[in-house]
Design a protein around this ligand. Structure first.
Ligand SMILES: [Zn+2]
Length: 201
């Protein structure tokens, strides 16, 4: 069964923005950015699955910006193009712009906006969560959903590591009101997950 549409996120400061997990078509993103008067500065993806990197290479080429991916998932780039075809999206090919290796340290991604990167292998080897401690937001990818966790049966998946990654996030003791943006489905909070997701422990 194909996944629900991926939750892409635009984060902006002033007229500059970055996009996380760009689903869909580059042309549609160009229209959205144009309507909002935003300049794209970079693209970050939580992992290398096709529904999360869908138009990252095309957008990177169009705006001459890097698209950042953990190197553990570099070999996934170009895998699973049949999923993109299912949604009528173009494939990712060897001729596309390659990802830039993610630097695993606190980064000021836009002026005054600091992001921490939490490595969360399991769903894929190079999965990460992006955490904005000051804004109390975490973009968690497919590691954890509202009441379940990400698949481990796809290439590079490892259930034991996934549960280690989930408990690593749990043990960060993030404030209860931290908003959690899941790769698919509605966003939740840390408090909500503690109550409703039996795997968040
Ligand atoms: Zn995935």
């Amino acid at each position: 069964m194909p996944p629900q549409n991926t939750q892409s996120v635009i984060v902006s400061v002033g007229g500059d923005c970055v996009i996380f997990d760009p689903w869909g078509r580059a042309d549609d993103w160009t229209r959205i950015l144009g309507e909002r008067g935003l300049n794209l500065r970079a693209i970050y993806v939580t992992h290398g699955h096709p529904d999360h990197i869908a138009c990252a290479p095309a957008l990177a080429a169009k705006y001459n910006v890097p698209w950042f991916l953990h190197s553990g998932d570099f070999r996934l780039v170009g895998w699973g193009n049949d999923l993109l075809a299912y949604f009528g999206l173009p494939p990712i090919t060897i001729n596309d712009i390659r990802p830039t290796e993610l630097d695993i340290s606190r980064t000021e991604i836009l002026p005054g906006l600091f992001m921490d990167i939490v490595e969360t292998p399991g769903h894929t080897p190079g999965g990460v969560a992006y955490h904005f401690p000051d804004e109390r937001v975490m973009i968690i990818g497919d590691t954890l959903f509202q009441d379940s966790y990400g698949r481990c049966d796809l290439p590079g998946g490892d259930e034991k590591m996934l549960f280690q990654s989930i408990s690593h996030i749990y043990n960060l003791n993030l404030p209860d009101d931290t908003e959690i943006v899941h790769g698919h489905g509605m966003a939740t909070t840390v408090a909500w997950l503690k109550q409703n997701n039996p795997y968040f422990k």
